[in-house]
Design a protein around this ligand. Structure first.
Ligand code: PLP
Length: 448
């Protein structure tokens, strides 16, 4: 931090921040030479860590050839290669990729193409969208309308779409009854979608959107087994499109290239970003099912949407190399192995902690839910601002983690999200646990 006030419009202008100057594998280094272990990949982005040699090489080479060719005039080899790779490895039925610059743009695209699809096939009356409470789909107005994070929506409520409706999330720790199996709970939670579709009028609903593993709003909440399968059945029964938002949980984060592979369910539209370019370039994408492509091909012939930087040449070349490194270095295997080790280590250290309610996740996507009282699952008083204190204290310790305050049944729940780079080893896991322990001990002592 320099002494003069920053002219950057930082989101929290009153909060001083260190100046990052370099990256080194799993660490970021600030201007004072302090090293921060990146245990959250920023916001679940930096899946290859920082300054990866193969990615840097591609970026240099691509800039020397061509940085940007506007997608309204040209396609490029990196763009075609990346689309082929994503589709060759995608869940059944997804046939083409629409490239954008980030997660919110991917969700906006999904909302718009869902709408256009129904116009193309003569079902103009399908205008309603359903998503879930405690979800986050981005900050642009369409994506925010879809999202169920009340804190983020509140200020902009008058600008949000009245066509977006919400059901309960699949959140076993909070909502599964004691006398229910996970599968029974999953069915009950999914059936809320059917009830909502019937309430709204089945032929008026265009799409249902959800994160297969909820990220920032609830602290890594995976769907229970069977939930997404039932969701798919319900969407098919009523002709509703299914959108999976894998912006945070996709691209290998759970140990599978696409998180929904583990659930054995394929959506009609799949949104990705973050890990796609691993932070080396801003890039996102929407994978589109064959039937939607066909409706547009044989209908108007044009998707009425787009952005200047879509299909950016340098970004697609960079993302392709990121994906090749993940494939060639068997990093998905590392994600599964290190993910288990990380959860086991957290369980060992914090499993009996009186303020740790739940430790959960898939692969290197891990959530720790903090509670004021373990027995009753009572949340902390939001006035304590615990999540901010944890973030600041962890940074002091040299640890980047991603604490959040989701809305839990109308109250504020505090969680810590961990999403370290896929290249971590056992020493990094030990360092995460140590630094987190010191952070929690200090912050929770003051919370009393
Ligand atoms: N969807 C999910 C699940 C996300 O986690 C995020 C960002 O955190 C977004 C969408 C929005 O992505 P972006 O911030 O790149 O616009």
């Amino acid at each position: 931090m320099s002494g003069t006030p920053s002219r950057v419009f930082h989101r929290l202008p009153n909060e001083p921040m260190p100046t990052a100057v370099a990256g080194d594998g799993c660490y970021i280094i600030d201007a004072e030479g302090k090293r921060y272990l990146d245990a959250s990949g920023g916001a679940a982005v930096s899946c290859l860590g920082h300054s990866h040699p193969a990615v840097r090489k591609t970026m240099h080479e691509q800039i020397d050839k061509l940085a940007f060719a506007y997608s309204g005039f040209f396609t490029t080899e990196p763009l075609e290669e990346l689309a082929d790779y994503l589709i060759d490895n995608a869940p059944d039925g997804l046939e083409r990729v629409f490239f954008v610059s980030g997660g919110s743009e991917a969700l906006e695209s999904a909302i718009k193409i869902a709408r256009q699809y129904f116009v193309e096939i003569g079902q103009k009356q399908r205008t309603k969208l359903i998503a879930r409470r405690q979800s986050y789909h981005g900050n642009t107005l369409g994506a925010l309308s879809l999202g169920g994070n009340m804190a983020r929506r509140e200020l902009y409520q008058p600008l949000l779409s009245e066509n977006a409706h919400h059901i309960a999330p699949c959140y076993a720790y909070r909502h599964q009854h004691h006398d229910e199996t996970e599968e029974e709970y999953g069915l009950r939670a999914a059936n809320e979608l059917e009830a909502k579709i019937i309430e709204l009028g089945p032929d008026t609903v265009a799409a249902f959107a959800c994160e297969p593993v909820v990220g920032a709003t609830a602290g890594v909440v995976p769907a229970v087994p069977g939930y997404l399968k039932r969701i798919r059945e319900i969407c098919d029964k009523y002709g509703v499109l299914l959108i999976f938002d894998e912006v945070m949980c996709g691209m290998g984060r759970t140990g599978y290239l696409y998180a929904c592979e583990e659930d054995g369910v394929a959506p009609d539209l799949l949104c990705i970003a973050k890990g796609l370019g691993a932070g080396y370039q801003p890039i996102g994408a929407m994978l589109v099912s064959g039937r939607i492509c066909k409706a547009i091909d044989e209908g108007s012939g044009a998707f009425m949407h787009g952005h200047t930087y879509m299909g950016h040449t340098l970004a697609s070349a960079t993302a392709m190399t990121v994906q090749k490194v993940i494939r060639d270095d068997n990093l998905l295997e590392n994600v599964r192995l290190r993910g288990e080790q990380l959860r086991a280590a957290l369980q060992e250290r914090f499993g009996n902690h009186h303020h740790v309610g739940d430790i959960r996740g898939r692969g290197l996507f891990v959530g720790i839910e903090l509670v004021a009282d373990r027995a009753t699952k009572q949340t902390f008083d939001p006035k304590l601002g615990l999540h901010n204190k944890i973030r600041l204290k962890a940074m002091e310790e040299g640890l980047m983690c991603y604490p959040g305050a989701g809305t839990v049944d109308g109250r504020n729940g505090v969680h810590i999200l961990l999403a370290p780079p896929f290249i971590i080893d056992e020493s990094h896991i030990a360092e995460i646990v140590e630094k987190l322990d010191r952070t929690l001990t200090s912050v929770l002592a003051e919370a009393k």
